[in-house]
Design a protein. Structure first.
Length: 308
C-alpha cells in the first residue's frame, strides 16, 4: 500500500495531474475519433451506406474488444495484487507470531535459570555458613574459656564479611552473565531484523521490476496494436485512393474515347459531305459541259446545213 501510494505521488509529481497512460488513451481515442470522422465524411460524400454501416459496426466491435481486453488485464492485475497482499500479510503475521514465541521461550529460560541460580546460592550459603561456624565452634571449644566471647565475636564478624564478599562476587557474576545474555539476544534480534529488512527490500525491488516489465510489455502491445491499426487504415486509404483514381481515370478515358469517336464520326461525316458537294459540283459541271458540247454540235450542224 505504501509503495503504491508513493508511486502515485511520484507519477503525479513527474507527469502532472494527468498520467501518461490516461494521456495516451485520450490521444488514441482522439486519433480514432478523428480518423473515423474523416472516414465517415468520405463515405457519406460517396454515399456508400452499406460500407458506412459495416465500418461503424467494425469500429464499435474493435473498441468493445479493446475495452474488454483492458478490463480483463486490469482485473487480473488487481487479483494478483490482492493475492500478493494477502500472502505478504499472512507472512508478516506468521513472522511476528514466531518472533513473540521465541522471545517468550527466551524469557522462560532466563526465569528458570534465575530460579536455579538463586536456589543453588541459598543452599551454598547455608552449607558454607554451617560448615564455617561448626569448624570455628569446634576449634574454639578446645581453646581457653577466657577468650571465648571475643573469639566468637571475631568469628561472627569474619563470617559476615565473608558472606558479604561472596554475595558481592556472586552478584557481579550474575550481572555479567545477564549482560552477556542480553547482548547475545540483542545481536540475534538485530541480525534477524537486518536479514528481514534485506529480504523485504529485495522482494520489493523484484515486485517493482516485475511491475515495470509488465507495464512496458502492455505499453508495447498497445503501441503495436495502434501502429498495426494505423498501418492497415493507411493501406486501406491508399488502396481506396488508388481505386478511386483508377475509376476516375477509366471514366476520363471513356469520355475521351467517346469524344474521339464522336470527333471521328463528325470528321467522316464532314468528309462525306464535302465529297457529296464536290460530286454534285462535278456532276453539274459535267452536265453544263455536256450541254455546251451539245449546243456547239447543234450550232455546227446548223451551220453546215446552212452551208449545204
Amino acid at each position: 500500500y505504501l509503495a503504491r501510494k508513493f508511486f502515485y505521488l511520484w507519477a503525479k509529481m513527474t507527469f502532472g495531474q494527468v498520467l501518461p497512460s490516461k494521456a495516451r488513451c485520450f490521444y488514441d481515442q482522439k486519433i480514432l475519433q478523428k480518423t473515423f470522422g474523416e472516414w465517415k465524411e468520405q463515405w457519406t460524400v460517396c454515399r456508400e451506406k452499406k460500407l458506412n454501416l459495416r465500418a461503424d459496426y467494425h469500429h464499435r466491435h474493435l473498441l468493445l474488444n479493446l475495452i474488454f481486453k483492458a478490463w480483463r488485464a486490469y482485473v487480473c492485475q488487481q487479483q494478483g495484487k490482492r493475492n500478493k497482499y494477502y500472502v505478504a500479510g499472512f507472512h508478516a503475521r506468521k513472522q511476528t507470531l514466531l518472533r513473540t514465541w521465541q522471545h517468550w521461550l527466551v524469557y522462560v529460560d532466563v526465569q528458570r535459570t534465575k530460579h536455579g541460580m538463586q536456589s543453588v546460592a541459598l543452599a551454598f550459603r547455608e552449607s558454607s555458613c554451617l560448615r564455617i561456624s561448626w569448624a570455628v565452634w569446634r576449634r574454639q571449644h578446645y581453646q581457653k574459656c577466657s577468650g571465648r566471647k571475643m573469639t566468637i565475636l571475631a568469628l561472627q564478624h569474619w563470617a559476615q564479611s565473608l558472606q558479604s564478599r561472596a554475595w558481592l562476587q556472586w552478584r557481579e557474576l550474575y550481572l555479567y552473565t545477564q549482560n552477556e545474555k542480553q547482548k547475545n539476544t540483542r545481536a540475534v534480534t538485530h541480525h534477524q531484523h537486518w536479514e528481514l529488512r534485506r529480504y523485504v527490500g529485495a522482494w520489493l525491488g523484484y515486485l517493482n521490476l516485475h511491475r515495470v516489465k509488465k507495464r512496458q510489455n502492455e505499453l508495447a502491445q498497445e503501441f503495436h496494436r495502434s501502429r498495426t491499426l494505423q498501418r492497415h487504415f493507411s493501406d486501406w486509404q491508399l488502396s481506396w485512393e488508388c481505386r478511386r483514381r483508377v475509376h476516375a481515370h477509366q471514366r476520363d478515358l471513356e469520355k475521351q474515347a467517346a469524344k474521339i469517336a464522336l470527333w471521328r464520326v463528325f470528321a467522316h461525316w464532314k468528309h462525306y459531305v464535302v465529297l457529296c458537294v464536290e460530286e454534285a459540283q462535278q456532276c453539274e459541271l459535267a452536265e453544263k459541259h455536256y450541254k455546251c458540247h451539245l449546243l456547239v454540235r447543234a450550232l455546227l450542224c446548223a451551220r453546215w446545213e446552212s452551208l449545204w
